[in-house]
Write a protein that binds this ligand. Structure first.
Ligand code: DGL
Length: 261
């Protein structure tokens, strides 16, 4: 099965895309709702949480691990790959790949949690492939709680998004990378506030396509995956609020399983 995890519900935007790109594959999702947010935590703590969850997913039978969280992807990919034998997918490289291959991109903005932006991972990876692109980054720490609160369509949220994006608009970015798996839920607002001509890069779509491509190239791993459409969602803290929002994101009835790590 494919194991997916995030600090909370943002990774469900990745799960939704994986379900769309790879219908029928068994998926197990873990949302660390008891310890969210990760974006304001130190690298050591994020790495420790990621390894613990990786261990749990592998014990549950995950044949590959998807870190559906930019914060984990930015800080813990190396540690996860060193610790586990199964393939580990992260959300940064697929988005970087989309930017790198598009020769029309001249000036890109990246938004994400404080931890992701402070890691500088997007700048480093984009500069390595496309030194000609100017990159401007902005941490948007208020957006994750607004999404988790179900406030994605509120006027207050629109104003905050506008304020966060204003410095990037001044730089006349032509592309904006959503460097946090919570942000696709705000995509409509972000698109309006970023400006009509700005291309939006959503890493949740990019990673699902990358996993699909990988499985096509690796039939030996694809053959290990069960295809009974079993989708199980585990969380470290269970609330009715989370269940409702999870249901909205996935568009299907959701039953949550509680797990204490
Ligand atoms: N979904 C996480 C990410 O993509 C952010 C949430 C958090 O701060 O825990 O970075």
């Amino acid at each position: 099965m494919i194991g997916i995890f995030d600090s909370g519900l943002g990774g469900l935007t990745v799960m939704r895309e994986v379900m769309a790109h790879l219908p029928g594959y068994d998926l197990i999702y873990f949302g660390d709702t008891a310890r969210t947010p990760y974006g304001s935590k130190s690298p050591d703590t994020v790495i420790q949480y990621a390894l613990q969850i990786g261990e749990w997913l592998v014990d549950k039978g995950a044949d590959l691990i998807v870190t559906a969280c930019n914060t984990v992807s930015s800080l813990a990919t190396k540690a996860l790959r060193e610790r586990f034998d199964v393939p580990v997918f992260e959300v940064v490289s697929p988005a970087v790949g989309l930017v790198a291959e598009n020769r029309r991109i001249r000036c890109a903005g990246v938004i994400g949690t404080r931890a992701t932006i402070d890691s500088g991972v997007y700048e480093r990876m984009i500069r390595a492939k496309r030194p000609d692109i100017s990159i401007y980054s902005r941490a948007c720490p208020l957006l994750v709680p607004l999404v988790e609160e179900g406030w994605s369509k509120r006027a207050e949220t629109k104003r905050i998004v506008k304020k966060y994006l204003y410095p990037l608009r001044l730089k006349q970015i032509d592309t904006l990378i959503l460097g946090c798996t919570h942000y696709p839920i705000l995509k409509d607002v972000i698109r309006i506030k970023a400006g009509k001509r700005v291309r939006i890069i959503d890493s949740s779509e990019a990673i699902a396509a990358a996993i699909k491509g990988f499985l096509e190239e690796h039939p030996e791993i694809e053959g290990q995956l069960n295809r009974n459409s079993a989708h199980t969602i585990y969380v470290s803290d269970i609330t009715e609020h989370f269940r409702r929002i999870a249901q909205d994101i996935l568009g299907i009835a959701v039953r949550l399983e509680h797990v204490r790590l």
